[in-house]
Design a protein around this ligand. Sequence first.
Ligand code: CO
Length: 213
Amino acid sequence: MDKAYKKLIDGNRLFALSKKFDDPEYFKKLSLGQKPDYLWIGCSDSRVPANEVTNTESGEIFVHRNIANVVVHTDFNLMSVLEYAVNVLEVKQIIVCGHYGCGGVRAAMGSGTFGLVDNWLRNIKDVYFKHNAELEAISDLDKRADRLTELNVIEQVRNLAKTMIIQNVWQAGRKIEIHGWVYGLNNGLITELNVLYDEKDDIEAIYRYKIDK
Ligand code: CO
């Protein structure tokens, strides 16, 4: 058997043992159900694991990850996660967390092709185009990518607010906040972007649905 594979199983045994050692009821309690307060939408990058970078435990965060943390309204995977998190789990906070040094964002800035993912990253090219003047004024490509990373997170926060799922919650008078963060690979720190959507007026009129209640 390939050792690299075995490493994961060995790691799992160690994980299970140490958790049980700290709290003999740990798995029994978790198996009863989940009631996470947060939905995390992050990048698939192996260096940004939601629980680890927030020092949280299993059961605390409902997680969806894709390349470059993009929210696309025709993505049934993400929309299913969002609806379930919001309406069944009743999470109170949604976090879109990008990260500096994101390969997806960097790829979207260039003209290289990488396969199917080009279609996915097209969404980020649209973000770039929307903020073309600001981004083109940044000559340092790393800094430009950092700014695009931030703008991409803000755009995805907006995309969440545009969904019927979120607007229904606000219409019903339930509180739900959507935050935008960027994680720094080089220092392990999360920066909170100045973006918070928590009511229907936060989104432009053209995106607002008339919901009869
Ligand atoms: Co990334």
